[in-house]
Design a protein around this ligand. Structure first.
Ligand code: ADP
Length: 287
Protein backbone atom coordinates (compact mmCIF):
# COMPACT_ATOMS: atom_id res chain seq x y z
CA UNK A 1 0.00 0.00 0.00
CA UNK A 2 0.87 3.64 -0.43
CA UNK A 3 0.11 5.81 2.58
CA UNK A 4 0.02 9.53 1.80
CA UNK A 5 0.37 11.82 4.82
CA UNK A 6 -0.68 15.40 4.30
CA UNK A 7 -3.17 18.20 3.91
CA UNK A 8 -6.74 18.24 2.66
CA UNK A 9 -8.31 21.57 1.78
CA UNK A 10 -11.45 22.94 0.28
CA UNK A 11 -10.38 25.39 -2.45
CA UNK A 12 -12.86 28.19 -3.08
CA UNK A 13 -11.92 29.81 -6.35
CA UNK A 14 -13.28 33.20 -7.43
CA UNK A 15 -12.39 34.88 -10.71
CA UNK A 16 -11.68 38.58 -10.29
CA UNK A 17 -10.60 41.34 -12.67
CA UNK A 18 -8.37 42.84 -9.96
CA UNK A 19 -7.64 42.32 -6.27
CA UNK A 20 -9.59 44.34 -3.68
CA UNK A 21 -7.79 47.13 -1.82
CA UNK A 22 -7.75 47.11 1.98
CA UNK A 23 -11.25 47.81 3.25
CA UNK A 24 -12.79 47.41 -0.17
CA UNK A 25 -15.40 44.91 -1.36
CA UNK A 26 -15.49 43.98 -5.03
CA UNK A 27 -17.61 41.61 -7.06
CA UNK A 28 -16.05 38.47 -8.48
CA UNK A 29 -17.26 36.28 -11.31
CA UNK A 30 -17.62 32.54 -11.29
CA UNK A 31 -17.08 30.73 -8.03
CA UNK A 32 -15.92 27.13 -7.86
CA UNK A 33 -15.44 24.57 -5.11
CA UNK A 34 -12.55 22.19 -5.58
CA UNK A 35 -10.65 19.67 -3.55
CA UNK A 36 -7.10 20.69 -2.81
CA UNK A 37 -4.15 20.45 -0.50
CA UNK A 38 -0.96 18.76 -1.65
CA UNK A 39 -1.69 15.68 0.43
CA UNK A 40 -5.14 15.16 -1.04
CA UNK A 41 -3.93 15.82 -4.59
CA UNK A 42 -1.09 13.33 -4.19
CA UNK A 43 -3.30 10.66 -2.60
CA UNK A 44 -5.76 10.96 -5.49
CA UNK A 45 -2.95 10.84 -8.04
CA UNK A 46 -1.53 7.71 -6.44
CA UNK A 47 -4.95 6.01 -6.50
CA UNK A 48 -5.74 7.25 -10.02
CA UNK A 49 -2.52 5.82 -11.39
CA UNK A 50 -3.20 2.39 -9.95
CA UNK A 51 -1.75 2.53 -6.43
CA UNK A 52 -3.63 0.98 -3.52
CA UNK A 53 -3.75 4.13 -1.46
CA UNK A 54 -4.66 5.25 2.04
CA UNK A 55 -4.65 8.90 3.09
CA UNK A 56 -3.69 10.13 6.55
CA UNK A 57 -5.22 13.59 6.92
CA UNK A 58 -7.50 15.49 9.23
CA UNK A 59 -10.56 17.51 8.28
CA UNK A 60 -13.29 19.18 10.29
CA UNK A 61 -16.60 17.70 11.30
CA UNK A 62 -18.33 19.86 8.70
CA UNK A 63 -19.81 19.78 5.17
CA UNK A 64 -16.45 20.65 3.59
CA UNK A 65 -14.98 17.57 5.27
CA UNK A 66 -17.86 15.46 3.89
CA UNK A 67 -17.28 16.90 0.41
CA UNK A 68 -13.59 15.99 0.46
CA UNK A 69 -14.22 12.54 1.94
CA UNK A 70 -16.79 11.70 -0.77
CA UNK A 71 -14.41 12.84 -3.45
CA UNK A 72 -11.59 10.66 -2.13
CA UNK A 73 -13.85 7.61 -2.04
CA UNK A 74 -14.97 8.29 -5.61
CA UNK A 75 -11.31 8.61 -6.60
CA UNK A 76 -10.44 5.21 -5.15
CA UNK A 77 -8.61 6.27 -1.98
CA UNK A 78 -9.33 3.75 0.77
CA UNK A 79 -10.49 4.52 4.30
CA UNK A 80 -11.64 7.64 6.07
CA UNK A 81 -9.77 10.79 6.96
CA UNK A 82 -9.60 11.74 10.62
CA UNK A 83 -12.22 14.22 11.83
CA UNK A 84 -11.83 16.88 14.48
CA UNK A 85 -14.44 19.09 16.11
CA UNK A 86 -11.80 21.52 17.32
CA UNK A 87 -11.05 23.11 13.92
CA UNK A 88 -12.80 23.52 10.57
CA UNK A 89 -11.65 21.81 7.38
CA UNK A 90 -8.62 23.57 5.88
CA UNK A 91 -9.79 26.17 3.41
CA UNK A 92 -8.01 28.00 0.61
CA UNK A 93 -9.45 31.17 -0.89
CA UNK A 94 -8.09 31.48 -4.39
CA UNK A 95 -8.52 34.65 -6.42
CA UNK A 96 -7.75 34.07 -10.08
CA UNK A 97 -6.82 37.07 -12.16
CA UNK A 98 -7.56 36.66 -15.87
CA UNK A 99 -7.24 32.88 -15.57
CA UNK A 100 -3.49 33.16 -15.08
CA UNK A 101 -2.13 34.65 -11.86
CA UNK A 102 -3.47 33.49 -8.52
CA UNK A 103 -3.56 35.13 -5.10
CA UNK A 104 -4.20 32.56 -2.42
CA UNK A 105 -4.94 32.68 1.31
CA UNK A 106 -4.95 29.35 3.15
CA UNK A 107 -6.39 28.71 6.60
CA UNK A 108 -4.90 25.37 7.63
CA UNK A 109 -7.68 24.59 10.11
CA UNK A 110 -7.89 20.88 10.86
CA UNK A 111 -4.63 20.16 8.99
CA UNK A 112 -2.82 21.75 11.92
CA UNK A 113 -4.24 19.17 14.33
CA UNK A 114 -2.75 16.07 12.64
CA UNK A 115 -0.66 14.59 15.46
CA UNK A 116 2.46 12.45 15.57
CA UNK A 117 0.37 9.60 17.02
CA UNK A 118 -2.16 9.88 14.17
CA UNK A 119 0.59 9.63 11.57
CA UNK A 120 2.58 6.90 13.29
CA UNK A 121 -0.40 4.59 13.48
CA UNK A 122 -1.49 5.39 9.89
CA UNK A 123 1.83 4.44 8.30
CA UNK A 124 1.85 0.99 9.88
CA UNK A 125 1.78 -1.72 7.19
CA UNK A 126 2.67 0.68 4.35
CA UNK A 127 5.10 -0.27 1.59
CA UNK A 128 5.59 3.34 0.54
CA UNK A 129 4.93 6.47 2.62
CA UNK A 130 4.68 9.86 0.89
CA UNK A 131 4.50 13.13 2.85
CA UNK A 132 4.68 16.88 2.17
CA UNK A 133 5.08 19.86 4.49
CA UNK A 134 1.55 21.27 4.80
CA UNK A 135 0.88 19.51 8.12
CA UNK A 136 2.87 19.93 11.37
CA UNK A 137 6.52 19.03 10.77
CA UNK A 138 6.92 17.01 14.00
CA UNK A 139 4.06 14.78 12.84
CA UNK A 140 5.70 14.31 9.44
CA UNK A 141 9.00 13.55 11.16
CA UNK A 142 7.40 10.95 13.43
CA UNK A 143 5.67 9.31 10.47
CA UNK A 144 8.81 9.12 8.34
CA UNK A 145 10.82 7.70 11.19
CA UNK A 146 8.18 5.08 12.08
CA UNK A 147 7.81 4.12 8.43
CA UNK A 148 11.56 3.79 7.99
CA UNK A 149 11.82 1.65 11.14
CA UNK A 150 9.06 -0.64 9.81
CA UNK A 151 10.91 -1.12 6.53
CA UNK A 152 8.73 1.08 4.29
CA UNK A 153 10.18 3.22 1.52
CA UNK A 154 9.91 6.88 2.57
CA UNK A 155 9.21 9.72 0.13
CA UNK A 156 9.14 13.39 1.07
CA UNK A 157 7.97 16.18 -1.20
CA UNK A 158 9.54 19.19 0.57
CA UNK A 159 6.74 21.55 -0.38
CA UNK A 160 6.30 24.24 0.67
CA UNK A 161 10.04 24.50 1.32
CA UNK A 162 10.84 24.88 4.99
CA UNK A 163 14.38 25.05 6.43
CA UNK A 164 13.47 22.55 9.16
CA UNK A 165 12.87 19.97 6.44
CA UNK A 166 16.63 19.36 6.30
CA UNK A 167 16.45 17.70 9.72
CA UNK A 168 13.96 15.13 8.38
CA UNK A 169 16.14 13.91 5.54
CA UNK A 170 17.99 11.19 7.43
CA UNK A 171 14.69 9.27 7.34
CA UNK A 172 14.01 9.95 3.65
CA UNK A 173 14.73 7.52 0.81
CA UNK A 174 13.48 9.75 -1.99
CA UNK A 175 13.22 13.53 -1.70
CA UNK A 176 11.17 15.29 -4.38
CA UNK A 177 11.66 19.01 -4.95
CA UNK A 178 11.01 21.46 -7.76
CA UNK A 179 13.60 24.07 -8.75
CA UNK A 180 12.36 26.70 -6.29
CA UNK A 181 12.29 24.28 -3.36
CA UNK A 182 15.72 22.90 -4.24
CA UNK A 183 17.15 26.45 -4.28
CA UNK A 184 15.39 27.45 -1.06
CA UNK A 185 16.77 24.41 0.74
CA UNK A 186 20.33 25.05 -0.43
CA UNK A 187 20.68 22.89 -3.54
CA UNK A 188 21.18 19.25 -4.42
CA UNK A 189 24.51 18.74 -2.66
CA UNK A 190 23.23 20.12 0.60
CA UNK A 191 20.12 17.94 0.41
CA UNK A 192 22.27 14.88 -0.17
CA UNK A 193 24.61 15.83 2.65
CA UNK A 194 21.59 16.18 4.95
CA UNK A 195 20.81 12.52 4.36
CA UNK A 196 18.40 12.09 1.44
CA UNK A 197 19.36 8.85 -0.31
CA UNK A 198 18.00 10.10 -3.63
CA UNK A 199 16.95 13.59 -4.69
CA UNK A 200 14.47 13.94 -7.54
CA UNK A 201 14.32 17.47 -8.92
CA UNK A 202 11.40 18.30 -11.21
CA UNK A 203 11.91 21.01 -13.82
CA UNK A 204 8.36 21.50 -15.13
CA UNK A 205 8.24 21.13 -18.92
CA UNK A 206 12.01 20.66 -18.92
CA UNK A 207 11.90 17.22 -17.32
CA UNK A 208 13.29 15.64 -14.18
CA UNK A 209 16.73 14.95 -12.70
CA UNK A 210 17.51 12.02 -10.38
CA UNK A 211 20.52 12.55 -8.10
CA UNK A 212 22.08 9.76 -6.09
CA UNK A 213 25.30 9.86 -4.17
CA UNK A 214 28.25 8.36 -6.00
CA UNK A 215 26.43 8.13 -9.34
CA UNK A 216 26.11 10.55 -12.23
CA UNK A 217 22.69 12.29 -12.29
CA UNK A 218 20.06 10.72 -14.54
CA UNK A 219 17.92 13.00 -16.67
CA UNK A 220 14.35 12.06 -17.66
CA UNK A 221 12.70 14.16 -20.37
CA UNK A 222 9.22 15.62 -19.98
CA UNK A 223 6.45 14.27 -22.19
CA UNK A 224 5.27 16.73 -24.81
CA UNK A 225 1.71 17.89 -24.16
CA UNK A 226 -0.37 20.94 -25.04
CA UNK A 227 -0.31 22.76 -21.72
CA UNK A 228 -3.71 23.80 -20.37
CA UNK A 229 -3.08 24.32 -16.64
CA UNK A 230 0.04 23.19 -14.79
CA UNK A 231 -1.64 23.38 -11.34
CA UNK A 232 -1.10 20.08 -9.60
CA UNK A 233 1.48 18.70 -12.06
CA UNK A 234 3.99 18.31 -9.24
CA UNK A 235 1.41 16.58 -7.03
CA UNK A 236 0.48 14.18 -9.83
CA UNK A 237 4.17 13.45 -10.32
CA UNK A 238 4.64 12.61 -6.62
CA UNK A 239 1.50 10.46 -6.35
CA UNK A 240 2.27 8.47 -9.47
CA UNK A 241 5.90 8.04 -8.40
CA UNK A 242 4.76 6.59 -5.06
CA UNK A 243 2.26 4.24 -6.74
CA UNK A 244 4.91 3.00 -9.18
CA UNK A 245 7.44 2.40 -6.41
CA UNK A 246 4.83 0.48 -4.41
CA UNK A 247 4.23 -1.76 -7.44
CA UNK A 248 7.93 -2.65 -7.43
CA UNK A 249 9.30 -0.30 -10.10
CA UNK A 250 12.89 0.94 -9.72
CA UNK A 251 13.31 4.67 -9.17
CA UNK A 252 14.12 5.60 -12.80
CA UNK A 253 11.04 3.72 -14.11
CA UNK A 254 8.87 5.27 -11.42
CA UNK A 255 10.12 8.75 -12.35
CA UNK A 256 9.03 8.18 -15.95
CA UNK A 257 5.53 7.25 -14.74
CA UNK A 258 5.51 10.32 -12.53
CA UNK A 259 6.49 12.50 -15.48
CA UNK A 260 3.68 11.01 -17.56
CA UNK A 261 1.16 11.75 -14.79
CA UNK A 262 2.52 15.31 -14.44
CA UNK A 263 2.17 15.84 -18.18
CA UNK A 264 -1.43 14.56 -18.20
CA UNK A 265 -2.39 16.97 -15.41
CA UNK A 266 -0.56 19.87 -17.14
CA UNK A 267 -2.58 19.05 -20.25
CA UNK A 268 -5.96 19.32 -18.54
CA UNK A 269 -7.84 21.78 -16.36
CA UNK A 270 -7.52 21.56 -12.57
CA UNK A 271 -5.24 19.65 -10.22
CA UNK A 272 -7.57 16.67 -9.76
CA UNK A 273 -8.54 15.72 -13.24
CA UNK A 274 -10.46 12.62 -14.25
CA UNK A 275 -8.09 12.50 -17.23
CA UNK A 276 -5.51 10.89 -14.93
CA UNK A 277 -6.00 7.13 -15.21
CA UNK A 278 -3.63 4.14 -15.39
CA UNK A 279 -4.59 3.73 -19.08
CA UNK A 280 -3.82 7.37 -19.87
CA UNK A 281 -0.40 7.01 -18.24
CA UNK A 282 0.31 3.78 -20.16
CA UNK A 283 -0.86 5.36 -23.43
CA UNK A 284 1.36 8.41 -23.02
CA UNK A 285 4.35 6.26 -22.07
CA UNK A 286 4.00 4.06 -25.14
CA UNK A 287 3.16 6.90 -27.56
P1 ADP B 1 5.64 21.72 -9.38
O1 ADP B 1 4.21 21.76 -9.81
O2 ADP B 1 5.83 21.12 -8.02
O3 ADP B 1 6.41 22.99 -9.57
P2 ADP B 1 6.79 20.75 -11.85
O4 ADP B 1 6.18 21.93 -12.50
O5 ADP B 1 8.26 20.61 -11.91
O6 ADP B 1 6.33 20.62 -10.34
O7 ADP B 1 6.11 19.46 -12.51
C1 ADP B 1 6.38 18.15 -12.08
C2 ADP B 1 6.58 17.24 -13.27
O8 ADP B 1 5.37 17.20 -14.07
C3 ADP B 1 7.66 17.70 -14.24
O9 ADP B 1 8.93 17.22 -13.86
C4 ADP B 1 7.22 17.08 -15.55
O10 ADP B 1 7.60 15.73 -15.66
C5 ADP B 1 5.69 17.18 -15.45
N1 ADP B 1 5.28 18.44 -16.09
C6 ADP B 1 5.04 19.64 -15.47
N2 ADP B 1 4.76 20.62 -16.37
C7 ADP B 1 4.84 20.02 -17.58
C8 ADP B 1 4.67 20.48 -18.93
N3 ADP B 1 4.39 21.76 -19.20
N4 ADP B 1 4.81 19.58 -19.94
C9 ADP B 1 5.10 18.28 -19.69
N5 ADP B 1 5.30 17.79 -18.44
C10 ADP B 1 5.16 18.63 -17.41
Amino acid sequence: DVVVVGSANLDLVIEVSRLPRTGETILGDAVGRFAGGKGLNQALASARTGGRTRFCACVGDDPAGDFLQDLLIAGGVAGAMLRTDTAPTGTAHVFTLHDSDNSIVVASGANGTLSAEDVTSAVSGARVVLAQLEVPLPSVAAGLSAARAAGALTLLNAAPAHPDALALLTDVDVLIVNETESDELGGIERLQAAGAAAVVRTLGGDGVEVHRAGRPPVFVEAFRVDVVDTTGAGDAFCGALAAALASGAVLEEAVVRGAAAGAIVAGSLGANTGALTPDAVDALMSA
